[in-house]
Design a protein around this ligand. Sequence first.
Ligand code: 3BY
Ligand code: FES
Length: 426
Amino acid sequence: MTTFAPPAGPVTGALPLPVRRRPGFSLEGPFYTSAEIFAEDIDRVFSSQWIFAGTEAEIPRTGDYLTVTFGHQSVIVIRDGDDVRAMHNVCRHRGTRLLDETCGTVGNIVCGYHKWTYRTNGELMFAPAQPPNFDKTCFALRSVHVRSLDGLIFICLAADPPADIDTVAGLVSPYLAPHGLKNAKVAARSEIVEHGNWKLVMENNRECYHCDNHPELICTFFPTYGYEPDEIPPNLLPAYDRFLAAENDLHAKCDAAGLPYEAIEELDGRDVGFRIQRESLDGAGESFSADGSAVCRRSLGGFTDKRLGRLSMHVQPNFWSHVLSDHAVVFSVLPLTVSTTVVRTTWLVDAEAEEGIDYDLDELTTVWNHTNEQDGEIVARAQLGVSSPAYEPGPYAPSEYQVEKFCSWYIDAMNAGEPRPEPAGR
Ligand code: 3BY
Ligand code: FES
């Protein structure tokens, strides 16, 4: 638990360390508006902790790659045979950015400037017109630590990444493995730029206090998310009754199928703050759709029962996901500038599922496309408000406890993180 020392004044200019906040209250304005704090966010948080990069399903064949770009960092995540590798997107000749696209396929990685050419394992294989004694082995791309949690790829740029990831991998595997995400297929991707600081994007995701802004989502996502039973507001009591009945049904199914559903929640106080839980969905209980029925005819994981709710996983600082019986939707949040943030959404279906036969792309993506757009507007308005001199931190409601945990994790990460860490590898 952070001990609250009243801030001496607003945090301005160079970052005074340790950073502080008032527990239970939103962060002070400069955390969302200061270029100096943004630079520290990139170095102390995004370059020091494990961050979500994408899914193995996006890079099934050797040479398939993703780029993950945040602040001044850019990383290539690439398939190399059975391995997933990650390396800085920085040429070892004179530093040029190597790959510009967010995803694609290469035979080798060729720098556009002077054609230094790297294998998919990062080794330099060709550097034109160098002297005979030039030692290519000294100029492999700088590697970045990478871990796949049952198909969800996390990277860490620190030389010595938090070891916590192994514990978390073990805890979440029984939940994730049955869905076979590694062998899923990408049905759709979207990338939007939200006009707000990345922390506003994450804080918004961590609560459902605002969920009446999401008419499509709350057709199936119970808006009682985050509330204790005795805190349910009167207008949500009918939904809560449906939720309790749906939970009973789900737990019976999961017990019969041997699927874990209990929440594991360690969102702060450890390096890899995370939460995983299987929860029921409203309506038909199968998927994100207007009536809750499945939007893909093929099951993701070979389940015969479609009414398996949503397996949801959150990892600090930049990830959330929902894995359903018919598809999965995963999100990554990548800070671009102090007031702009990329939100990537990827929809996965079974590898054998065929568009137009098993699923309709619009039906599959409509709920989260609408929800993302609505959240983008919320975040832009939040950024405007916190940028005003009139803004002062306000109190979180009890159902916003995961926003509190996010902020607590963030403050701890800022205070623990190393400024400008040396990249791992050679
Ligand atoms: O985890 C999620 O995706 C949801 C969506 C709305 C609020 N949040 C808790
Ligand atoms: Fe890449 Fe010269 S900077 S080959």
